[in-house]
Design a protein around this ligand. Sequence first.
Ligand SMILES: C[S@@+](CC[C@H](N)C(=O)[O-])C[C@H]1O[C@@H](n2cnc3c(N)ncnc32)[C@H](O)[C@@H]1O
Length: 195
Amino acid sequence: MDNMDEIKAYAKVNYIPIVRDQTAKKLTELCHSLSPNKILEIGTAIGYSGILMLKSCNAKLHTIEKDEERAEKAEENFQKYAVSDRVTFYLDDAQKVIEELCSKNEKFDLIFLDGAKGQYIKYYPYLKCLLNGGGILFTDNIYLHGFVQADGKVPHKHRSMVVNLRKFIDTLSHDSDLETTFYDIDDGYSISKLK
Ligand SMILES: C[S@@+](CC[C@H](N)C(=O)[O-])C[C@H]1O[C@@H](n2cnc3c(N)ncnc32)[C@H](O)[C@@H]1O
């Protein structure tokens, strides 16, 4: 089955956030041109972006999700879309998993960062540790509904996330080990290449 409409419809009905269309297009084009061997995804949800990436290249995917119900649906979808033999699934907290992967010296050609936005800055040193030289960090939702760029008051429920995303963007911008481009498309994404 190639049609992704069913999985998108399920996400919509169940209020599960999945990567938006233009961002998904860029991500799949990148998978196609980069031909990564190993991809790490932080934030599986129900497997939508993971399946898109796997359908665009021959890579193996390591993907992390902490929510049991979503993880179960993701595993079902990986089966349904015939990619489960290329997936290593971690039903766990992303911070714990990336620390473990780092200590095992695991390396990835592409990291798709799409988990808890307020945690990106904490993940940062581990993400660098997990990237191969020349590898790509693709980060979604960096502008968080425009709040990250706005001057005005940020609603309380988003405040710490916005502060942390601003720190993350600032860190990416000033890190000379990476070349980063920021895209003001959909919810904002960035593509960073480790030199
Ligand atoms: C935006 S959704 C991922 C969407 C998915 N990448 C897609 O486009 O199809 C973010 C996911 O990250 C998961 N998540 C949030 N915090 C996490 C954590 N600390 N560890 C692992 N997963 C986490 C959420 O449960 C949620 O399903």
